[in-house]
Design a protein around this ligand. Sequence first.
Ligand code: SF4
Length: 702
Amino acid sequence: VKDTQDYDREVESICPFCGVGCQVSLRVKDDKVVYVEGINGPANEGRLCVKGRFGFDYINHDHRLTKPLIRKEGAPKGLNVDPANPLTHFREATWDEALDYAANGLAKLRDTYGGDAVSGFGSAKCTNEEAYLFQKLIRTGFGHNNVDHCTRLCHASSVSALLENVGSGAVTATFNEIENADVAIVIGSNPIENHPVAATYFKQFTKRGGKLIVMDPRGTSLSRFATHMLQFKPGGDVSMLNAIMHVIAEEGLTDDAYIAKHTENWEAMREHLKAFPPEDMAEICGIPAETLRETARTFAAGKAGMIFWGMGISQHVHGTDNSRCLISLALMTGNVGRSGTGLHPLRGQNNVQGASDAGLIPMFLPDYKSVKDPAVLAEFSAEWGVDNLSDQPGLTVVEIMDAVHDGRIKGMYILGENPAMSDPDITHVREALERMEFLVSQDIFLTETASYADVVLPAAAFAEKTGTVSNTNRQVQMGRPAVPPPDEAKEDWWITVELAKRLGLDWTYTHPSEVFAEMGRLMPSLNNITWSRLEAQNAVTYPSLSPEDPGQAVVFGDGFPRANKRARFTPAAILPPAELPDADYPMVLTTGRQLEHWHTGSMTRRATVLDAIEPEANCSMNPKTLREMGVEPGDMVRLTTRRGSIEVMVRADYGVAENMVFLPFAYVEAAANMLTNPALDPYGKIAEMKFAAVKVERTNSI
Ligand code: SF4
């Protein structure tokens, strides 16, 4: 729409893509969103990136699911369904028929094999209320905790380390606090592409003279703004961080008063660090000893320092150890709990923070209350009026697919997740989806996962629904419907409630506000945050100390939420990647996102502008490596790991280290997760999607 005034109404809501949580104004004409503008939310102050600004028209795509679908008798499962024409394999059904069919299918498995034969994947793309209802349905309808979502593949290891050492899995400071910092580390993160609006604050910080230390095996565009760029060897993070901490301890640059007042286990940590002198670690991590020393001195000299990290840190078998190192680095320099200081894992999905807070994880009920705690079970049993809550932590994403293979799990309810694209080693995952006796998929498109389903329930997209979401900054924000869902598609909360009723649960919710009120009774993090307040103010940061308090941007200045109020140092040893390059697979494969595409591409590849900018599956390699292989940019290459093979066009990128391949994972025609390694971090149970041994061969020019 050229004339931005040419619209019927505008509705304030939240961008549906990344965890920054930009507030948007959706301009609507003839019941269609025609234009999007940033408004003055606490995280974005009017700014938007290309996805938030131009990535909205997928909601009008003719692939949208508009009626419930039931698989035709004998129709094969799998990717042979054209999302534009699902009626080759499915028939349309009424809502009553489809919901009865879905509930009966799941109930039959429960009654035949036991409740734990059915598990669930919820979604970080849905609202807090929908995530809460989903985990409640699995826990109370089936009596176990086998419920998870994509946080497992995102920051599960970061949360594991934060809960262990800080007592809380959320950020200790908003990313906007960088305005008050004078030094910052960004490690294993490419925010200019993945958290673009957050990156604008990082760039402004450097313009004011802030010292920005970027650490990544891949040179990203943020390094142009950095005072220090440490391009370490893939998998060299723990050795590099321990070496930096070694220098800080050895040279007496620690904040001893902070350590004495706010931490525990420092002496063990100090002893541990003696084994990591930079001169010994330089070869392992690929960073010269003097650079490690200089970086350590720079960070320690800052008056207020922040540490940001992304999936380059978390998606490793040593992901929890990586985060332990970052937490220790912040603690030893006194950089938690004051303005301009903090630990900030940049959350991926728009509501991955909120979905995790709402209990969509197998070891915790809402607000990270342990399923093993009898008092917690008593509290939730009383509120929910049930007596079947399990005290056994459930299986995680990768473990659930393994359990399908070995016959323990027979069916699933999958809401808004696309494991047939997003999970590691998707050949294994797709075999599991095919093997299930019954699968219910609830989504806005017939995704790769939905193509395996027995029944598909058509859901509303973000611009069509009411509900709250929580961003990476702990800001709970109100999403509002701007347009109606297409044809018979329904909001996810409504579908889950209707399924629950048919599974025998006594649910009477008629609006998301009732769900939010129930969450408020069980989740102290939501104290002072009410539905009406969010309707009036759009956003409140938790914790909010009073009905007037906009919320605490920085937390833990007066102690940590642990038994003794102290944060803990947990030493981390060097654990190599699970699969190292060898003669057969001599290079390193790493995966990630591009600016224009979101995760499995189900939305952005159906967004006209975004797909026009990045229409083709691609990978990037260092020009020197390409020359040595006789490969030109634009050639097709075959990438092969022990799990599979794909062909993809290659680009030259000096930022990618030699003998390394960077592969975005949004493209179904060359799905990166055909190749990735499902080896798990033992604590967070996150897969090592950032490191696999790969063979690269030229196929032909395009
Ligand atoms: Fe949306 Fe994230 Fe871009 Fe903001 S930075 S507009 S939340 S994708």
